[in-house]
Design a protein around this ligand. Structure first.
Ligand code: TTP
Ligand code: MG
Length: 395
């Protein structure tokens, strides 16, 4: 069943609250933040944006671009009060809400509405309620997946409502620059430009193998999935995440057993790091595989001693794959864990194994390095891959 996902983001939020509370600021270029050499812009009104002022810009730059800007110190209690009212209204109309910042949330309306058109009616009413309750405007995006809803909400700011159905991806999304895909920063954008890829459409049409050779398999797959309008990331209210999982889609299918192991281990690594960060361990490991004909198999296994090491999760996932599935050409590979226990609730006697303790200490140390120096700082030997073979179409 196709999902119905909402993304809602308030317009010029802090500045809009200021203009609401101080009518003399309406219609003026309002900049929230502290002027002067050490200040940065928190946000600004749309009138100030016309001068090129942006969030996170050094205040001196903003002062140069917009000398007539009216500077306002942030008043967080007012923003928090507005935020509370807004998301309380959202929660009344949307069954699953994941608030991601003070002015932004995702909602999952699947099952509550018939389709995107019906969701648009609900969202229009919701925007009206927010305006009535707070005198503030929101922009909303509706789509069948998370990242498209996010892009959609940004397309007609302020006070916008944009629906992106599957058939709209080519017309509404493909013309946008690739940096609109979450995770594409200036560095990755630069590397894409070197490959002649400027728009999301360029990405969708590019040669997958060539992209993979240049950016590595996981980045390439991530970008291709998004460019083709595919994102299965769930909407999850905070504190209620009942499982941690990672999955990837492969084009062409994964068939080489060593490659499958490597990919599976990489997923386990990500999951294990997240468990350790949250100081939880999991009792159940789940494996999901899909072939090119969309046959999907999910298998799980519950272990006696809760796990939070990649090697432990991998051991279970690989056994599930080898012994309990028959799919050998993999289009989608996912690993997940659930049934959490707090690490501190795990009786130490369950782990008399000194080797495990040492492995755990090493993993924690690696986590810290990664937090400090980035995801690529530490790579287990198993993941180190020989340079990819050149393909014919590679210049
Ligand atoms: P955003 O939603 O990113 O920005 P916005 O609501 O001001 O404008 P837009 O219409 O484009 O959505 O952020 C929400 C609030 O968070 C913003 O009003 C101020 C604050 N904020 C900062 O303090 N610093 C920042 O760098 C950013 C991006 C936001
Ligand atoms: Mg906003």
């Amino acid at each position: 069943m196709e999902r119905v996902i909402l993304h809602l983001d308030m317009d010029a939020f802090f500045a809009a609250v200021e203009q609401r509370d101080r009518p003399e600021l309406r219609g003026k270029p309002v900049i929230v933040g502290a002027p002067g050499p050490r200040g940065v812009v928190s946000t600004c009104s749309y009138e100030a944006r016309a001068f090129g002022v942006r969030s996170a810009m050094p205040s001196v730059t903003a002062q140069r671009l917009c000398p007539q800007g009216i500077w306002v110190r942030p008043n967080f209690p007012a923003y928090e009060a507005a935020s509370h009212t807004i998301f309380e209204r959202v929660a009344r109309r949307v069954p699953i809400v994941e608030q991601v910042s003070i002015d932004e949330a995702y909602g999952d309306m699947t099952g509550a509405v018939r389709d995107l058109a019906a969701a648009a009616d609900v969202t229009r009413a919701l925007k009206e309620e927010i305006r009535a309750a707070t005198s503030l405007t929101a922009s909303a995006g509706l789509s069948y997946c998370r990242f498209l809803a996010k892009i959609a909400s940004d397309l007609r700011k302020p006070d916008g409502l944009v629906v992106v159905a599957q058939e709209d991806v080519a017309t509404l999304i493909w013309p946008l620059p690739a940096r609109r895909i979450p995770g594409v920063g200036p560095k990755l954008e630069g590397r894409l430009l070197e490959l002649g890829i400027r728009t999301i459409g360029d990405l969708a049409r590019c040669n997958a193998q060539r992209l993979e050779n240049r950016l590595g398999a996981s980045t390439a797959h991530y970008l291709l999935e998004r460019a083709r309008g595919w994102d299965e990331t769930p909407i999850e209210p905070h504190g209620e995440r009942k499982q941690v999982s990672e999955e990837r889609t492969y084009l062409p299918d994964l068939a080489d057993p060593a490659e499958i192991d490597r990919e599976m281990f990489a997923r386990c690594e990500g999951i294990a790091a997240e468990l350790r960060r949250r100081e939880i361990r999991a009792r159940t490991v789940t494996l999901k595989v899909r072939d090119a004909r969309f046959n999907t198999v999910t298998r799980s296994h519950t272990v006696d001693d809760p796990v939070d090491l990649a090697t432990e999760i991998f051991e279970v996932a690989r056994t599930l794959y080898r012994e309990r599935t028959t799919i050998r050409n993999i289009r989608l590979l996912g690993v997940g864990v659930k049934d959490f226990v707090h690490a501190r609730d795990v009786p130490p006697t369950l782990f008399p194994d000194e080797r495990r303790e040492r492995a755990h200490a090493a993993a924690r140390a690696a986590d810290l390095l990664r937090e400090k120096y980035g995801a690529d700082a530490v790579r287990p030997a198993r993941l180190v891959k020989r340079a990819p073979k050149k393909t014919d179409d590679d210049p």
